[in-house]
Design a protein around this ligand. Structure first.
Ligand code: ATP
Ligand code: MG
Length: 378
């Protein structure tokens, strides 16, 4: 679920943008300096050498366009013009006799051409760069889509198996729970067997809860997508966890923007994503208390990507193990003895259905889970 690879690809599509970066120094500024030195040190009688050197300037100007875009090409053309003018027209004023012997019109034309070629090559290079960035972005999106499809295929195959098994288990469990209800009043409170009986009933209830969880993974309810404000999801989460947090001594901080953050989503399913992440955070914080920070923001558009709404849940519990991080969203992956390992798999599936994604990283207070869904624009 990470997004490191696309970011890397994007940076490859970007040329170096610094005027005095290593490539500009090696392929633009150094050649211009060498040509200029040769030009100034060539005697007036060697006209053909002056002709060649004057034209050599075009090479670094064009290279600058590809290394640094329009800005680089214009900087190279203007610098070349500035360096060439004294050599072309002011040789006698400056007191040396090595000025370019070509005709005035030819020299003026050359200077105009330096700048014309710089502007044209720079513009073309910019257009090319923009097209390349577009292509890389399209490729990123396609790769993300393929990843989603592969995951969806795997999950749906697994879902069918889980649904089949759970269904077979649920019926006898239902019968067990029903008979337990009938037997319960027959065992007196003070009977020796009462303790064992309570374990029996508790375990039946636990199995029923696990079966329900398996089914909600196997057959997620249909999504009813409608426009909603992601801040309301955070607010609802807060209501749901408030009592539990107080009981466990966990401080819940909520950081919401002043403006609405509109998304297309299913209210209950988005709350379930947030709740699954928050419950995990509570389990990670254990008895020691701690902080859970819930934040809502919008992001992405300014980087040229899809504009996304982000719900972020941070807790100050111990960091995630590096090896564990990549598999957290796979079904049945759990680091807890009592865990079924389905909470995050269900959350990731809901995120997929909303064309969003969930990621986990170590940072901020300790551990950050970010849930992103496309932002609805006005
Ligand atoms: N905030 C967190 N800090 C540390 N570890 C976490 C955090 N959130 C999740 N994990 C790890 O990810 C694992 C998978 O979480 P997931 O919700 O999918 O399953 P689970 O909580 O073990 O079981 P279930 O949610 O189905 O009852 C957890 O068992 C835990 O090891
Ligand atoms: Mg969980």
């Amino acid at each position: 679920m990470g997004s490191a690879a696309p970011a890397e690809a994007r940076s490859l599509a970007e040329p170096e943008r610094q005027l005095f970066g290593a490539r500009m120094l090696a392929f633009v500024w150094l050649p211009i300096a060498v040509i200029t030195t040769l030009h100034y040190s060539t005697g007036m009688e060697q006209q053909w050498i002056h002709d060649v050197l004057r034209r050599c300037y075009y090479l670094p100007i064009v290279v600058a366009a590809f290394v640094c875009g329009l800005k680089g090409a214009l900087a190279a053309a203007l610098t070349t013009s500035a360096l060439y003018v004294p050599h072309a027209f002011l040789g006698h004023v400056l007191g040396h006799h090595h000025h370019d012997p070509a005709g005035t019109l030819e020299k003026v034309l050359e200077i105009v051409l330096y700048n014309g070629v710089g502007a044209a090559a720079g513009t073309l290079a910019e257009l090319e760069r923009r097209r390349r960035v577009e292509l890389v972005r399209a490729l990123d999106e396609q790769q993300a889509l393929v990843g989603q499809l592969v995951r969806a295929g795997r999950l749906s195959a697994l879902g069918q198996v889980v649904a089949g098994i759970t269904h077979e288990i649920k019926n006898p469990l239902h019968a067990l729970a029903g008979t337990a209800e009938l037997i319960d009043p027959l065992i007196p409170e003070e009977a020796e067997e009462r303790g064992m009986w309570e374990i029996h009933v508790r375990e039946i209830r636990r199995l029923q809860r696990i079966a329900e969880r398996f089914l909600s993974f196997a057959r997620p309810g249909p999504s009813e997508l409608r426009e909603l404000d992601l801040r309301d999801v955070a607010g609802r989460l807060r209501e749901l966890i408030d009592a539990d947090a107080r009981g466990k001594g966990i401080r819940v901080e909520v950081d919401l923007p002043g403006e609405p953050v509109p998304v297309l989503g299913d209210r209950d399913q988005l709350a379930s994503v947030a709740l699954n992440i928050a419950v995990n955070a509570f389990e990670a914080l254990a008895e020691g208390g701690g902080v859970l920070r819930i934040a809502v923001a919008s992001a992405g558009a300014e980087e040229g990507g899809r504009a996304m709404a982000v719900l972020r849940l941070e807790n100050d519990g111990p960091p995630l193990a590096e090896g564990e991080r990549a598999r957290l969203f796979d079904p049945f992956v759990s680091g807890r003895a009592q865990g079924t390992g389905l909470g995050l798999a269900i959350a990731a599936r809901i995120a997929d259905q909303h064309r969003g994604e969930i990621s986990a990283e170590n940072g901020g207070l300790g551990v950050i889970f970010s849930f992103r869904v496309p932002l609805l624009r006005g």
